[in-house]
Design a protein around this ligand. Sequence first.
Ligand SMILES: [Zn+2]
Length: 125
Amino acid sequence: MENATSQTKTQAAMPFDIGGIKFAAVRATQPRPHWRVRLEETGEVFEPGTGGISNESVPKMKADIQYLLDRISKGDTSDFRRRFGLPPTPASESTCVECGATDADMVGCPDGAEICRDCFGAGRH
Ligand SMILES: [Zn+2]
């Protein structure tokens, strides 16, 4: 396995979800074997040591991220998301505040609410 092709092969990834954020633990072998956190929404892979998150094992990594959510963000998932450089709510989970539609085209209102195009057209917000 010590050849050039093993470098470019996709490494094993262990997906997990904390506070509504999708992460994956990705195996890195250089300079020595460790795990890195990948943020699935952006594809960003954090350098070892970022946020004090463990690179030793996946259970420790998850425990450290859970700690950030529980103790640092006090369970506030919006705050938690901001710490990872993400918008307070996932873009893919827009919900119309008027009718609850989630898969429609959304229109942002001046007050920050999002409504679907149907409700916008009907002047419901
Ligand atoms: Zn709607």
